[in-house]
Design a protein around this ligand. Sequence first.
Ligand code: SAJ
Length: 425
Amino acid sequence: MKKICVIGLGYIGLPTAAIFARAGYDIVGVDVSERVVNSLNKGIVTIEEAGLPELVKEAVEKGKLRASLTPEEADVFIIAVPTPIHEDYTANVDYVINATKAIVPFVKKGDVVIVESTIPPRTMDDVVAPILQEAGLDVQNDIFLAHCPERVLPGRILIELIENTRIVGGTTPVAAKKAADVYRAIVTGDVIETEALTAEMSKLMENTFRDVNIALANELAKISAKLGVNAHHVIELANKHPRVNIHQPGPGVGGHCLAVDPYFIVEKARNESVLIKLSRDINNSMPEFVVEKIEELTVQIEKPKIAVLGLTYKGNIDDVRESPAIEIYQLLANNPRFETVAHDPHVQQDQVAFPLLSLEDALHDANVAVVLADHNEFKTLDSQYVASKMKTPVVFDTKNCTNLDNDYLTLYKIGDLSGLKPIQL
Ligand code: SAJ
């Protein structure tokens, strides 16, 4: 197996392509975006991810990695395209369908076809396999079809692509083995063979586990505000138990994984997915909870200025997709009672439809600064500096990440809101 065709050059496809290229494979990466294809062929990466620019540049310069708008013949095809969600919370697998159709003319007997995109249970058997089958490719005998869900954490992609255990679900046992062998060339973690449906469900349950756990933490934050206890302290102490690991409360759950994948299970077993759906609802309620607290804080101020610090869905990345911080910004900006401004050192102006300010301009004369992403830049904010810029120095840290102190300003944390008092002018 020498040549791999990777369909989709996003957060997963591009690093995967680059790592296989480094391992000596000839890689053609395919994307529908001309901008992505042209940049990659110049060795330029359009995504913020640690170590990726250097790795891609080297692979392109060595001639091991190139990009194209159309697929080509190869020994292995890896589909890593997005699976977004429709407005009714059902999965949109159109990109997977289109990618599968696009490779059909190039797949030949003996090839391995792998879907890495996160998909609802039974998609391999009910959607992907029939497309290949109808095109005359016998998925039981001629080609080796498998689902190998990506499991890497943005910010640690290049490490986790190599070290994490991979689950490879074949549509036949031989397909699982053939596809697993592809990953064994680059992965130092275990590569476990199973059937496609089990691989689909295990991927979805990983993210669902985390989403449900965060919902528990968010519920605890609300309960703590009512009962007058510090949720951060409660979690820290509870987690001293060897079998307890409560996650962290925050302004909501974002990104294209945790906030989306649980719905793929709900879609297929609605009546049975009670806890999973409720957890989604709890996490979706957090932006409003944050805005309510800002309203309580500023109830006595005529036109309070709110400085939103951080817009990405989590810290130290540039991704604003499904970001609760964007939702919070919009809830505030749509309310004429507030003057709302935003600052994020990781986001470019063309990523958002409203102005981005410098930290200094955002804090200037603000009544409340609300921290919505745990960027390193916010962890090292200086209390005296922040207080000196603001009109009323009040910081609401929804990520429990700042190291500000109460000598110079009033600091509220998402899990410790029982002492919240309206700001007095
Ligand atoms: N969050 C909390 N509290 C926490 C942890 C996270 O509120 O204790 C929030 C984050 O701020 C963010 C959201 O959850 O808004 C999701 O962030 P994340 O860091 O948990 O995960 P993702 O979406 O960046 O990546 C996840 C990972 N899945 C798991 O850890 C089980 C990653 O390994 C997957 O590959 C990825 O989803 C994916 O693509 O499915």
